[in-house]
Design a binder for this molecule. Structure first.
Ligand SMILES: [Zn+2]
Length: 359
């Protein structure tokens, strides 16, 4: 495949294994943008207000999502909390809930009720292992707990290893990995450990994330060498690494009115997620990080669609998405019809493939 000059591309629908669809008016605006980005299956994060810590809350949320987009498969998660006991895990498994998300307390949006001591949840993890639920890790430590010479993500990696050793049959996803070290740590674990990689960590570095509110997110993008390690990982064809956009919308005004460095963390990519991955690969080819020959149809399909479904034991997607170069540019935002809610899109103005669905 020669991406440069390629006019048309057909792919299976993408599976986005890490999304934030929020609630209220924001949710109504967000859900229809899932399929616009070429995605038919999403793993939905539970960090709402209040967090989704009970099975019936999760099911109620899922039915709202389904009502807005009946043609999307919404995989659901519980928020790890002391009330998520082994009994709740058994109920969750029976109700078809897919995973449990662990947020260290206070690391990102709506994580105030997160975890401060993982060992307190070992009985829960054991029940998850038994019932086949996936543990999704926001793999960062609190800033106050990280040694000065390392990133918050790298400081978390020994915890990943400990959990995997203690619960070798538990499927664990290190969410949104951002460093070369995280990639190596995931590779060093057995086949029950995988990781998601976002679109935006393939093109942002700390240089943009520090100062542009629309590039500010957690985990913070790292060095150019880390970005390039992620790009190389997704064209390596290793099935442990699959797509999870971590698309994280915030109202436009909360981003633009915040003082420097105080904007809420999150990059919104959902309506263009597939195209943003391809754009990042094209840019990496131009930088000389990878070559045209590294990007094959098979590797694109693996990363965007197959590997995530395999890890989550789902069937392959049906239908097809078609990408064509028509000079389309990413607009600045998506906005509700009444204009009440508006969310800025990452890389506004960039020229990308146009995407359509074929049955
Ligand atoms: Zn997230």
């Amino acid at each position: 495949m020669q991406l440069k000059g390629l006019e048309r591309l057909e792919l299976p629908p993408a599976a986005d294994m890490h999304v934030h669809l929020r609630q209220g008016e924001l949710l109504e605006l967000m859900v229809p943008t899932v399929r616009r980005g070429g995605v038919d299956t999403v793993f939905v994060m539970p960090n709402l207000v209040p967090p989704l810590t009970a099975v019936d809350q999760v099911l109620e949320y899922q039915s709202k999502l389904r009502a807005l987009a009946p043609d999307v498969n919404f995989l659901m998660s519980l928020f790890l909390h002391p009330s998520v006991t082994p009994e709740v895990i058994a109920q969750a498994a029976a109700a078809g809930i897919t995973g449990v998300k662990m947020y260290p307390q206070g690391v990102t949006t709506n994580s105030e009720s997160g975890v401060s001591n993982l060992e307190a949840f070992y009985a829960t993890f054991s029940a998850m292992e038994q019932h086949g639920l996936v543990l999704n890790l926001h793999g960062e430590v609190l800033e106050s707990l990280a040694p000065a010479d390392t990133t918050l993500e790298e400081a978390f990696l020994p915890t990943l290893k400990t959990l995997h050793e203690r619960f070798p049959q538990l499927r664990i996803v290190l969410e949104h990995c951002t460093t070369a070290a995280a990639v190596e740590a995931v590779k060093a674990c057995g086949p029950t450990v995988g990781a998601t990689i976002t679109a935006h960590h393939l093109y942002l570095t700390s240089h943009e994330a520090c100062c542009d509110p629309f590039a500010f997110c957690k985990p913070i993008p790292k060095k150019p060498t880390d970005r390039d390690a992620l790009v190389k990982t997704i064209v390596s064809g290793d099935p442990k690494f699959f797509f999870g956009s971590d698309s994280a919308p915030h109202p436009l005004a909360s981003k633009t009115s915040a003082a420097q460095g105080k904007a809420p963390a999150g990059v919104y990519t959902q309506p263009y997620v597939t195209q943003l991955i391809i754009l990042a690969l094209e840019e990496a080819i131009e930088r000389g990080v990878i070559t045209e020959a590294d990007v094959t149809q098979e590797k694109l399909e693996g990363f965007l669609s197959r590997f995530g479904r395999q890890f989550y034991k789902l069937p392959e997607g049906s239908g097809k998405i078609i990408l064509e170069r028509k000079g389309e540019k990413i607009p600045a935002s998506v906005r509700s019809e009444d204009g009440e809610v508006e969310v800025g899109i990452s890389r506004a103005g960039a020229e990308v493939f146009s995407l359509k669905w074929e049955a």
